[in-house]
Design a protein around this ligand. Structure first.
Ligand code: ARG
Length: 608
């Protein structure tokens, strides 16, 4: 397989810069080279070429010369081989613009369309990367807040794996926390056996919601819920008793332990059903409970190496000196904390998986927690050079129309499952309307199947296409639009591109076999070809900052370049080499869009 263009350019600039330094034009230390050769980007305007090297500007400053002169010196030393056109004069202040030769581009397209990796080279140094995402607290229903971690984490896992890394996904379930105290208390005081037999998760969810109100005893909540108010009046100590139930579970009380073991499979079945609909699977689901046997040892170890110490009965890690609040790892009553489990988990993952990186795809509101945990781990000898990088891949909040965190009209958190149901129901409306308009008379079962892919795809894509660090407004109307950067538009795009082969009775295998003969005669063919060959660059850019929206933006661009091409040029009615060239471009467009959506975890229906 030919070397991808961006990688080839880095190599070319590297040799040119080495020579520049050896020739005494400007001194460059070898360790500076990687960052300098990264300074190659896609040109904004294709009439200036395909890529632009921007390093002359920075280098000129330190050489005390004009950027343009340094650019000329670099150009003089660039060996473009048979892949790029010889560069012309620098443009603007000192941009070195490069254009891929048309024959090289055609060769690359021909190679990519018959390659299962679509011309994307695997990373040179694969790493072992653990991804910790979704990780809901079980025993309460999953809600809208869980979408982001689940969907972003799953997309990153798919992309990093495709890039050639060894990925290990782990759902760090909150299966040991205070929510079980609530359920245990509720089970003992107000369970409904008939309801549990009929719908176990429904009943556990009801107990959780009810007991939380009783335990919190907030007057406004109790005023709105007579049942909770009556219980709170009967059990004024409920809050304390709930904590005691959790403590008993943690201490190994046989009754609570048996109940926990009865509840867990029920909770797991519930979330697994949702993961099934979302098309999300994990290599491991080692919940917090799995690490409980290691917590006492973790605290002991941190004390022994002088990182943690006792203070008023509790144990904490004093990261910022003795006067600042420590990171607590054991409470005065002996209970361990969220941070203790995370530290034990890091240690365990290090020992068992030896990862180069661990990514935590978790809400930005936990950033302080992760800063402290990571800093502790670093001092504990876990994070750092030659060891494991710990990264908090944070994301913003899902908002409602009113710009506030997304809630139901009654003010409750929005359940994830009802949200998926509504998305699918609305998608069914959209699919049915489109079918009626076209007069294609699809059977209802097929429309339902498509609606599941379109509805769930819409919700996932709407999330993935946002810059992950900002909040975004959840809007069914927007995400189900058939135009614009939406899943439905992209899914239609695949169906449209691939429909050509069925309509023309063209075999894609034959097209690929003939691909070596292609040549571009129109700028729109070339622009599409260039876009398609940037797939690997988009994936690299996703990894650089863990941003799936780089991929959605890329795919949307591909769809745009395809429309421009297809609206202007005939494909099936073209002849000879022109027809082959265009069919090959259609074929590769279909493959890139399909693969891209697959890497985002979005299903593509066979027809729409
Ligand atoms: N269960 C936690 C929550 O719902 C998220 C866990 C994230 N992962 C971790 N290793 N702390 O807030």
């Amino acid at each position: 397989m030919a070397e991808p263009f961006r990688a080839a350019l880095r190599g070319m600039f590297q040799s040119a810069l080495e020579r520049l330094s050896a020739d005494g034009v400007v001194a460059i230390a070898p360790e500076e080279l990687p960052a300098l050769v990264e300074q190659v980007r896609e040109t904004a305007d294709p009439k200036h070429g395909d890529y632009s090297g921007t390093m002359a500007m920075g280098l000129a400053k330190r050489a005390g010369r004009k950027p343009r002169d340094v650019a000329i010196e670099i150009i003089r030393r660039l060996e473009v081989g048979d892949v790029f056109e010889p560069p012309g004069e620098p443009v603007g202040p000192g941009f070195i613009n490069l254009r891929v030769r048309d024959d090289a581009l055609a060769r690359a397209v021909a190679g990519a369309c018959g390659d299962e990796r679509l011309g994307v080279a695997p990373v040179a140094t694969p790493e072992t990367i653990v991804l910790d995402y979704s990780s809901p607290n079980v025993a309460k229903p999953m809600h809208v807040g869980h979408i982001r971690s689940t969907v972003i984490g799953d997309a990153l896992a798919r992309i990093l794996k495709f890039r050639g890394h060894h990925t290990i996904t782990d759902n760090h379930l909150g299966d040991w926390g205070t929510q079980f105290g609530m359920i245990l208390w509720g089970w003992k005081h107000c369970r409904d056996d008939v309801a549990f037999a009929a719908d176990p998760t429904g009943e556990l969810g009801r107990l959780y919601r009810l007991v939380r109100k009783v335990a919190d005893a907030r007057p406004d909540e109790l005023a709105a819920d007579a049942e909770a108010a009556a219980l709170a009046a009967r059990f004024p100590e409920a809050g304390r008793e709930v904590l005691a139930e959790t403590a008993k579970l943690h201490e190994g009380d046989p009754e609570n332990r048996a109940l926990w073991e009865q509840f867990m499979p029920v909770c797991r079945r519930e979330i697994d059903r949702i993961y099934g609909r979302l098309d999300v699977a994990f290599d491991h689901t080692l919940g917090e409970s799995f690490f409980q046997p290691l917590l006492a040892g973790t605290v002991h170890d941190l004390e022994a190496c002088g990182l943690a110490r006792e203070s008023r009965g509790a144990v904490g890690v004093f990261l910022d000196g003795p006067d600042k609040p420590p990171l607590l790892i054991r409470k005065a009553d002996g209970a361990f904390l969220y941070a203790t489990t995370d530290l034990a988990t890091i240690r365990w993952r290090m020992e068992h998986w030896k990862p180069d990186r661990i990514l935590y795809v978790v809400d930005h509101r936990q950033s302080q927690h992760f800063e402290q945990v990571f800093e502790t781990a670093r001092r504990w000898g876990v994070d750092g050079p030659g060891s494991t990088d710990l990264v908090h891949v944070a994301f913003g909040t899902v908002l409602g129309d009113d710009g506030k965190p997304f809630k139901t009209r009654a003010g409750d958190t929005v359940g994830l499952e009802p949200l998926l149901d509504e998305g699918v129901a609305r998608a069914f409306g959209v699919v049915t309307a489109a079918d009626a308009e076209r007069g294609t008379a699809m059977p209802e079962a097929e429309r339902r199947g498509i609606a599941e892919a379109v509805g769930i795809g819409a919700i996932k894509y709407a999330d993935l296409s946002q810059n992950r660090t900002t909040d975004y407004v959840f809007s069914f109307d927007k995400m189900l639009e058939l135009k614009g950067n939406t899943a439905a538009y992209m899914q239609y795009a695949v169906a449209r591109v691939e429909g050509i082969f069925a309509r023309g009775g063209v075999d894609r295998g034959t097209v690929r076999r003939e691909a070596a003969a292609i040549a571009f005669t129109d700028g729109r063919e070339r622009a599409l070809a260039m876009k398609l060959l940037r797939f690997g660059e988009a994936l690299e850019d996703v990894e650089a900052d863990y941003r799936p929206n780089v991929l959605t933006a890329y795919l949307f661009d591909v769809a745009g370049a395809y429309s421009t091409f297809y609206d202007a040029l005939s494909v099936l009615k073209a002849e000879g080499a022109e027809r082959t060239t265009r069919l090959v471009l259609c074929d590769l467009t279909g493959q890139v869009l399909r693969k891209g959506l697959e890497l985002l975890g979005i299903r593509v229906p066979e027809r729409m």
